[in-house]
Write a protein that binds this ligand. Structure first.
Ligand code: ZN
Length: 377
């Protein structure tokens, strides 16, 4: 969780109303997996196929692995929806899949079942492909497919059950600690710390394998450990930020001295006067007293420089109806996760159609810095 459908994602449609996307990085895995199955794995297991068959079965296997990962993520999603938690998207990428669940689970029971649902689906797939095998003996390519998918779904289930937060097993563990301590905060810190410990075990084991002659395997294990370690550390950092910001609201951090421009000003003037002059990154576009839109540096940069003199603010601004906004009473931590989710660096603070200020990521960071100094005395 934590990734948004980005420009690197190819939309594949919707299942149960959830947009499904394919990250470009998936193609790398598809190519690598097809190649390693067709050139290595299948030829040693099943001899005497024509070489085109190895490639065909390899590619079909890679696609069915993709479907298996999708079903795993749908398992999480369906249970989340049962608990009335929105699922924003499912993205398939290099490390597998990611269901973007829209909120923290309401309680430990919900988290327990949402986390467990994915590995249950993978186990079920491993069993189904296992049961199919005796029936497929006459067709060796289908038998090969079922054998590999049974194995890989079993591996997926077991790997995800490793109790290293944020893996599924770590979430199950956090849910249990949460149920026992009644504190999501403590449960997150405990689960993430155990996650880091397990990650270090992976790194240690990987390096040990590398120096004892098993370089490729060891590298892969160490890399997985590094990935788990950074995910667990990020979780601890996020929890600390959350704790520091607790009780502080958007109105405590927002800038009230935001700059406004009229809709007819051209980009040339606007950049000269405001962006370079005042170091602003976003501007409020006002027509008389009414807010009509928001203009960000990002939008200006998208216009080729020669066109700046004949392009107006109104032509490039994000119209007010489309602007993501935030309420002054919203918790700062919530505002920060909203920025992360939408990949923006500032949000206009609005009550109905009245603008109260602009909250930038840097404003939140300077509040954090101050709070951090005080908390350390
Ligand atoms: Zn999962």
């Amino acid at each position: 969780m934590g990734m948004v459908m980005s420009r690197n994602t190819i939309p594949l449609g919707r299942i149960l109303g959830i947009p499904i996307g394919l990250d470009y990085s998936w193609f790398l895995i598809f190519a690598l997996l097809t190649w390693s199955l067709a050139a290595n794995y299948y030829p040693t297991e099943f001899k005497n196929w024509p070489s085109s068959e190895y490639w065909l079965v390899g590619a079909v296997t890679a696609i069915l692995l993709f479907v298996s990962v999708l079903l795993h993520e749908l398992g999480h999603s369906i249970v989340a929806l049962q608990y009335k938690i929105p699922v924003r998207s499912i993205t398939l990428f290099i490390f597998g899949g990611l269901a973007e669940i829209g909120a923290e689970p309401p309680g430990p029971t919900a988290e327990f079942w949402i986390a467990l649902a994915g590995p249950i689906v993978s186990f079920a797939l491993a069993i189904v492909f296992g049961i199919l095998q005796p029936l497929l003996v006459p067709v060796s390519s289908l038998l090969a497919l079922a054998k590999y998918l049974s194995y890989i779904n079993g591996v997926l289930a077991l790997f995800n059950l490793i109790p290293g937060f944020p893996l599924d097993g770590g979430r199950v563990f956090r849910a249990i600690v949460w149920g026992m301590t009644r504190s999501l905060h403590r449960a997150t810190l405990i689960a993430a710390t155990v996650g880091r410990f397990i990650a270090f075990l992976f790194i240690f084991l990987g390096v040990w394998q590398m120096v004892s002659g098993n370089f490729g395997n060891g590298l892969w294990i160490a890399f997985t450990g590094w990935f788990l370690e950074s995910a667990a550390s990020a979780q601890i950092r996020q929890q600390n930020i959350h704790d520091l910001l607790a009780g502080h609201r958007v109105s405590d951090a927002m800038r009230r001295d935001y700059a406004t421009v009229g809709p007819e000003i051209n980009l040339e003037q606007l950049v000269d006067e405001l962006v370079f002059g005042g170091g602003r990154r976003s501007l409020v576009v006002k027509d008389k007293d009414r807010v009509v839109g928001l203009l960000t540096l990002h939008r200006i940069k998208a216009v080729p420089r020669p066109d700046w003199s004949n392009t107006t603010a109104a032509q490039v601004m994000i119209p007010v109806e489309k602007v993501k906004r935030i309420h002054p009473e919203t918790e700062l931590a919530e505002a920060l996760s909203e920025m992360d989710r939408d990949g923006v660096n500032q949000l206009p603070v609005m009550v109905q159609d009245q603008i109260q200020g602009v909250l930038g990521r840097d404003d939140v960071i300077s509040v954090l810095r101050t709070l951090n100094e005080f908390s350390h005395g």
